[in-house]
Design a protein around this ligand. Sequence first.
Ligand SMILES: *Cc1c(COP(=O)(O)O)cnc(C)c1O
Length: 404
Amino acid sequence: MSSDPSDAGPSWIDEIPDRLAALDAAHLTRRRREVRPAEGASLWVDGRRMLAFCSNDYLGLSQHEALRDAAIQGARDFGVGSGASPMVSGHSEANAALERELAEFVGLERALYFYAGYATNASIVPALVGPGDALFSDALNHACLIDGARLSKADIHRFEHADLAQLESLLQASPARRKLVISDAVFSMDGDVADIPALIALCERHDALLLLDDAHGFGVCGPQGRGSLAAVARTGAGASRRVIYMATLGKAAGVSGAFVAGPATLVEWLLQKTRSYTFATAAPALLAQSVRAALRVIRDEPARLARLHRNIADFRAGLPAAIAGTGWTLLPSATAVQALVIGANDEALRIMNALADAGLWVPAIRPPTVPEGTARLRIALSAAHEPEDIAALLRALADAAQRR
Ligand SMILES: *Cc1c(COP(=O)(O)O)cnc(C)c1O
């Protein structure tokens, strides 16, 4: 009698090379590059210097002296690792101070600091809703909100991007007692901003809670970069007891990690019930110290945010002439994320490669990250870009458009 599993025929594991080949044939293989920072917004990429338009380091803080020094001093004061979950011994004085400062910065009652944004969303959604509850999700939401929705086992109602009329009818039709609306505040692949006051008004009318992911708005939108919710504070939106604000700290803040903020009771609930908070080692204090330095820099060096917005304005002013006659579309965006929709996967890749030959790193984003037929260049602008960097990008795009 044989128990050799190979008797059952070929294993599914042997099909993986063919599946990899199929990805490659569909131009969907992703390759990593080995990078090291160079001056300004440039990177050494596989040994070659390139001007980068691919980093979410929107304020150029990842290379800032004050953040580096805070991390180094944090390592001296606290060591490197945190040793345990925040629920055990991992909640350092630095992490506690950061939570107070984050809450103050975004104008909300209380904040909770997480080691990563992906783990935060994937885990706070199931902490808020479960089987029998209802979730309402914008079609262009980030993958980690979608994964959190699936993990929750609540009923998921997807609405077309920014279609608040459809959202309203879905809310109306739902008999669920607990309803949660989830949305990016700034959409990560398009750069547009959700209509936050309208979302909150809908949540008020239908007794729903709103989870806003401001990964791309924190540090960029609102007065002093205090985020997309602070940007609409005049409407009274920031004070709503129905909003859970979430933002990441590895983008404009230049470090790593994430936080949620909102009414103290809701944050206490998330502290009690979020599995990626309870069952994960706390973010190291040296990173918390570095984020605290980032908050000080964001407050004390407003010229950085002004430089970012000047670069956005210069890019948008120059682009139409550069790409005239191509049929490429620049999506509306007042944020650092500028999406130039090309359409076909292979054409987007061709343009990315042409820009790379000119020394510019601009990533092509393809399905399934974006909808079929909307492959695009995702141009990430930063305060680290000089005016001549924006001019170089516009020139290279104009060249690519001519040689199309
Ligand atoms: C980057 C990103 C995340 C994930 O945050 P990490 O800290 O990188 O894990 C979550 N949501 C959005 C919209 C993002 O762009």
